[in-house]
Design a protein around this ligand. Structure first.
Ligand code: SF4
Length: 372
């Protein structure tokens, strides 16, 4: 297993790059040239690690040869003798990031200018497959949206939370939240998928994106059609305006579906969503990532949730361990385990207690993570 993740946004990390085997952050150097900051050796699961930087700036054309050098070093020194240690994160830790980087640079020196080096022509050839949609020339619909917001408070909430700015005037990016209380987070039926496909055709150049936060994005929606789209999303259950709030939970299938689980995750997510069902209160709490996994494999990314919940088995009974302070953003961090584990029926009140402490201790403008 080997995973590479790429992120282009300076503000947020949309791909959790620092918890992948190789994470690439697109950056510009002081001369304005495009390249990558290279992280290696991140990962979750049994041995969670944030991938350290082994190169601050890798020029764009050197990407493939440098990645090949990383793989060669891993191939040569990695622990093939032990399947629990056969991951690049174990090697980076053993050699130290500086030691690993040194070996990569030495290997790279041999292949840097080999025929596999990218060329400008090759990048342009690949780029030609990723053309922009046929955007209309529009202006931002500030007045129209202000009127619609004023007339409909629910639309106002949805616009504030589930709709993002677009680089093109007159367009917006819309997140369809798959986080309606009573439905397993991230679940869609075949019927709903058909509906999403139809909405993509009607509103967003036929393109749909999924996020690792288990939501769906229509990336290119005209602002003057947002109200129409919103009304069509409501009956489908995709208009819950809780994006990035406590109830926008990442949750693995857990014991309801997964043979590897120690405990169920979906009922915990639902109980928490029911306990925190007041959107205005959630907005007051600000952004909080709550991630739930049913076992150490960490498919629900619990290590990097601001609040992480892990299902554990205690003498055949299902319990839940909590960690705090994790992040999968640019300030990536593995959360710290908080004391003992709890029974499932205690979880909503345990969460409420954690939130109470945050509310009591926070100062103006502080997010949950800041206060932690
Ligand atoms: S974290 Fe564990 S329980 Fe959840 S889906 Fe992954 S393997 Fe299954």
């Amino acid at each position: 297993k080997f995973k590479v993740a790429v992120n282009a946004s300076e503000k947020t990390d949309r791909a959790a790059i620092q918890v992948h085997d190789i994470g690439l952050q697109i950056v510009r150097n002081s001369a304005g040239e495009l390249g990558f900051r290279v992280h290696v050796g991140g990962g979750l699961g049994r041995t969670p690690m944030v991938g350290p930087v082994i190169r601050e700036f890798l020029p764009e054309l050197d990407l493939l040869t440098y990645l090949e050098a990383i793989l060669r070093v891993y191939n040569r020194y990695g622990r093939r003798d032990n399947k629990f240690k056969a991951r690049i994160k174990i090697l980076v830790k053993a050699l130290t990031p500086a030691g690993f980087a040194e070996k990569v640079e030495a290997e790279w020196a041999h292949i840097k200018d080999s025929p596999t080096r990218l060329t400008r022509d090759e990048i342009e050839r690949i780029q030609s497959y990723f053309t922009e949609p046929d955007y209309a020339t529009l202006t931002d619909q500030t007045e129209l949206l202000a009127t619609q917001r004023f007339e409909d408070r629910e639309f106002d909430k949805w616009l504030s939370y589930n709709v993002s700015e677009h680089k093109k005037p007159g367009y917006a990016s819309v997140t369809l939240t798959l986080k309606k209380t009573g439905v397993p987070p991230g679940d869609v039926t075949d019927y709903q998928l058909e509906q999403i496909a139809d909405l993509a055709d009607a509103f967003s150049f036929g393109e749909v994106r999924t996020t690792h936060e288990q939501n769906v994005v229509l990336a290119d929606v005209r602002q003057d059609r947002l109200y129409d789209l919103w009304q069509q999303l409501i009956p489908l259950g995709f208009a819950t305006a809780n994006l990035n709030t406590l109830t926008d939970i990442i949750c693995c299938p857990g014991g309801d579906y997964c043979a590897l689980a120690n405990a169920k995750s979906i009922p915990v997510a639902e109980a928490i969503q029911r306990r925190f069902d007041d959107l205005d209160y959630l907005y007051d709490l600000g952004p909080i990532d709550l991630n739930i996994s049913g076992c150490m494999n960490a498919c629900g990314h619990h290590h990097v949730g601001n609040i992480g919940v892990l299902g554990v088995d205690k003498k055949g009974e299902e319990f839940y361990q909590i960690s705090l302070g994790g992040s999968s953003q640019h300030d990536a961090e593995v959360g710290k385990i908080l004391g003992p584990s709890f029974a499932r029926d205690q979880m909503p009140e345990v969460l409420a207690k954690i939130i109470d402490v945050y509310v009591e201790k926070r100062t103006e403008e502080e997010t949950f993570l800041d206060t932690y």
